[in-house]
Design a protein around this ligand. Sequence first.
Ligand SMILES: C[S@@+](CC[C@H](N)C(=O)[O-])C[C@H]1O[C@@H](n2cnc3c(N)ncnc32)[C@H](O)[C@@H]1O
Length: 209
Amino acid sequence: MDKSTNEKFKAFTNKFFATKNITDSYKDVQWGSTESQKIRFQYICKLFEKDQSNDITLLDVGCGLGHLYDFILEKNYNNIRYSGLDIQKDFIEFAKKKHPEGNFMNKSLFELDADKHYDYLVASGTFSVTVPNENMKIFLEESVEKMFALCNKGIAFNLLTTRMPSEYIGTTETHFNPVEILDMCFKLTNRINLYHSYKPNDFTILMYK
Ligand SMILES: C[S@@+](CC[C@H](N)C(=O)[O-])C[C@H]1O[C@@H](n2cnc3c(N)ncnc32)[C@H](O)[C@@H]1O
């Protein structure tokens, strides 16, 4: 992604997620409920839950308030060395106060050094915003390519689906066609899982090297 497009995406996303009074709630990061946030984490964590290695490095792209880190601690995934990244400065400051031992960075995925690798990269809810007059599928493809290039073992992300019941139609968020996205992911690897059964409007993709 070129510098000016990255700046445009950053400015829009920053404004979209600007929250006056952060309370550490799912609402601050624009989820509908704690349950819907957590079921997404549950599917994201399928990426590494069978990995028995001692020290697994994980980067949470679009970490918000670090709720995935809370979830990982709650579930006792003791072998995970967590880092979070978000372009929303206030979220990162809040997450750092909550978890002083955590590694939280205030930058965009596209500002990460190409030589900094993690075993796994994940993104939950990171690709739902619609930036006006931008091709969100190209943005997603570039994001997935970047995440996959930076991982040693694999990546996971979730998206809102176009294959949803009619009551979800008409929202301003970006919905993706799961079949098209699967095709896109097969350009990078054949080792893919797609979960489209845990919520009516969402799906998760896991991709392995
Ligand atoms: C819906 S929130 C989800 C936050 C968190 N993953 C969770 O589930 O609680 C999406 C987050 O992604 C961040 N984000 C979007 N695009 C990003 C990018 N390119 N790089 C870093 N963060 C990004 C936003 O600032 C926002 O905090």
